[in-house]
Design a protein. Sequence first.
Length: 324
Amino acid sequence: MGIFNMIKGQLIDVIEWTDSSTNTMVHRYGNDGKEIMMGAQLTVRESQVAIFVNEGKITDVFQPGRYELSTQNMPIMTALKSWKFGFNSPFKAEIYFVNTKQYLDLKWGTSNPVMMRDTDFGMIRLRAFGIYSFRVIDPVAFLKEVFGTSDLFMVEGVEGQIKRTIVSALSDALAQSKIPALDLASNYDELGQFALQTISPKVAPLGLKLESFVIENISLPEEVEKAMDNRTSMGVVGDLNRYAQYQTTEAIRDAANNPTGVAGMGTGMGAGMAMGQMMQNSFQQAQKPQEAAPQAAQATVPCVSCKQHIAPNSKFCPECGAKQ
């Protein structure tokens, strides 16, 4: 009985893996030297793929589902082993569970400024940051190109490569999109989609797919932001003459409400002079049309005979011919 239990303990009849973390991409099934029995139960959950490796070669790949390991479910392994004992003999193989779920809310950012040629400001340097998500779409390519024979592979293993690819592709996207710096904030979505199309082909050979790419912010150099603020202020102000009058009126009101000693007297005198100057200018502007009206009225005189309006220096009326 003891020998039977010992032999049974050396065989595996249930193969499965449950992931308790959020960033594990690959887990090698730890069989501790045990052999897998033909007829064992293999459970592959949704968002997983199981890869069997025998003697350094990938033999079988199992998609989500429940399997009884047999000649029907393991054709490659069966052909390699050429089972001689009714296909019931145990075998050893490395089993890798690959997570195919989507890894979300991963952050990216430009460690160094990205150069861009802008139509308004010339050559400028930009900094940007945001989030992205990706998943494994080709587990076999991912095994061959990335994690190899590691017992455990985490997101951090590919995060640096993806980030550097993103920054490089973002530089190309900014150059090709030709979006002016003043319009970048209103084109984050379009620029993100453009960058996503540029980045995806670069990570595909690794068996990965970039599912989303979001630009949260693109910061401009301080001098460019000041120039943009000045342009915005000019647009808000509109008529500079009216704005100057408004500012002067506000200053006069503040000075009148807050007299403080000699300084207040000086401020009041200055404000009074400014008010007087403004009133004088306004009075002169108001009088100009009124002064022009009498002059326009004196431009003609009535004829002594027909009363038609004629030039003041006319000797004869051009209408009736009467002497003036």
